[in-house]
Every structure is written in structure tokens, then in C-alpha cells.
Design a protein. Structure first.
Length: 247
């Protein structure tokens, strides 16, 4: 799981930089639209919408933007015609890659993603080709040096957590079933424990190690996919190491 948490944290940090130029706001607006469309515009009654709004607020997305996105989702104003799609494929070295997508035109998005996979030595596959390698789970990451591991474990076990792990890079990872995510997040907040990341992601069951130029190509593919406006989240079973980021 260490490879996944590192990639997820890279995305998380990068997302805050993207927010400065408004790129992440566009993606978060889509998430709010789809959440409101599927479950209604009341975040108290729609937990998915509540999380989307919390994610938007965490990167200082303006309240007016959030309200417009909700209204698009509920049909009060135009612009809520989005599809949720999952694209799966392989990167260089047989690394599995999944892209969660929100798009208003699948006939545009699919060819663009296929071209990206091919450009970096991978290939876009058929539905189900890699999703069986992942489990969808809530993931929380905390800084081990600033929290009490025993307290984190106790809260996790009492609020639906199914695994607590201290990683070799000084992090505490807590995973849970998606339907326990909100309760566990609220419990961490009530205990005043700061999470570096809190998200529902695809967790790889096992990771794949690649080296050298192959690793660099995989990272370039992941970063390119993450930059695509329609891609909400990229998951991989690549075992990311610090050496991969060295020149």
C-alpha cells in the first residue's frame, strides 16, 4: 500500500498547486455536479455531496462556485450533463492504471486518453482489465511524528477502520470501507487529529516494481492523465520509490 499512498499524496500536494490557477476547481465542480445530480442538493442528506463540498472548501473554492455547481447538478441551471466513467489500462512494465472520469463527451475523452496511454508506452484496455487488482477504500494519511499511533488505532477500530499501518516514510495510513469514511473522518476531526489526506481511492492489492527509464515513463503517464480536465482521479499499483524522483 506504500506505493499507492505516495502517489495519492503526490496528487494531493499537486492539487493544491493546481487550485491556485483554478484547474482543480473545475474538477471539483464536476464532482459536486454529479453528486448533486445523483443524490440531491442537500449535503446533510447526500454524503457524497458533502464530501465533494468539503474537498472544494479545502482548496478555497469560492462559495458561489460551489452553489452554481450544486444547481447544475439539480437541474436548476444548465450544464449538469456529465457521465461517470472508469477507464482502465496498462502503463509501461505492466503497471495497472485506472482513471475515474467525469465527462460531457465520452467520444472526445476516450480517444484522448487512448492517445496518452500510447504516447508513454502503455495501452488503454477494456472494461475490467485491471479493476480486479484494486479495492475501493477510504484512505487517511497522518504524520506519524505528530500524532499518537495508539490513539489513531483506537479511533480507527471504533469507527469502522479496517487497517492501520505505519509506513517507512513516517506516515500512518488508515483504511476503511467507503461507507465508513464519513464516520471515521468525523471521529478524527472530533479528536483534533490532523489528516494530511482523506479520500476514497482505489487501493492496489499488490504493487509492481519497475526501474529506470520504465519507471520514469510510468510517472510521466500518470502525471499526464492527472492533468486531463476530465480525469478526477488516477490510481495505480506502481510501487513508487524516492529514487524515481531523482534526476
Amino acid at each position: 500500500m506504500a506505493g499507492h499512498s505516495k502517489w495519492a499524496n503526490i496528487q494531493h500536494r499537486k492539487g493544491r498547486v493546481d487550485a491556485q490557477r483554478g484547474k482543480l476547481w473545475s474538477k471539483l465542480s464536476k464532482a459536486i455536479i454529479v453528486a448533486a445530480k445523483s443524490g440531491g442538493g442537500d449535503p446533510d442528506a447526500n454524503l457524497r455531496l458533502r464530501k465533494a463540498i468539503d474537498d472544494a472548501k479545502s482548496v478555497s473554492m469560492p462559495k458561489d462556485n460551489i452553489q452554481r455547481a450544486i444547481k447544475r447538478g439539480t437541474g436548476e441551471i444548465a450544464g449538469g450533463d456529465l457521465e461517470e466513467l472508469l477507464y482502465e489500462g496498462y502503463g509501461p512494465g505492466g503497471v495497472a492504471v485506472m482513471c475515474e472520469v467525469l465527462t460531457d463527451n465520452r467520444n472526445r475523452t476516450a480517444p484522448e486518453l487512448r492517445t496518452m496511454f500510447g504516447k508513454f508506452g502503455g495501452n488503454l484496455g477494456s472494461s475490467g482489465c485491471v479493476s480486479y487488482l484494486f479495492d475501493r477504500k477510504g484512505l487517511f494519511v497522518l504524520e506519524a511524528a505528530s500524532v499518537d499511533e495508539e490513539k489513531v488505532t483506537e479511533i480507527a477500530l471504533e469507527n469502522g477502520g479496517d487497517d492501520v499501518e505505519v509506513t517507512d516514510d513516517g506516515k500512518i495510513q488508515v483504511t476503511c470501507a467507503p461507507d465508513a469514511f464519513d464516520a471515521l473522518r468525523d471521529a478524527f476531526e472530533a479528536a483534533e487529529l490532523t489528516t494530511e489526506m482523506a479520500a476514497i481511492n482505489q487501493i492496489p492489492q499488490t504493487t509492481v516494481e519497475v526501474e529506470g527509464s520504465v519507471a520514469k515513463s510510468v510517472l510521466r503517464l500518470l502525471e499526464a492523465l492527472d492533468e486531463h480536465d476530465d480525469v478526477q482521479n488516477v490510481s495505480t499499483n506502481l510501487d513508487i520509490t524516492d529514487e524515481m524522483f531523482e534526476d
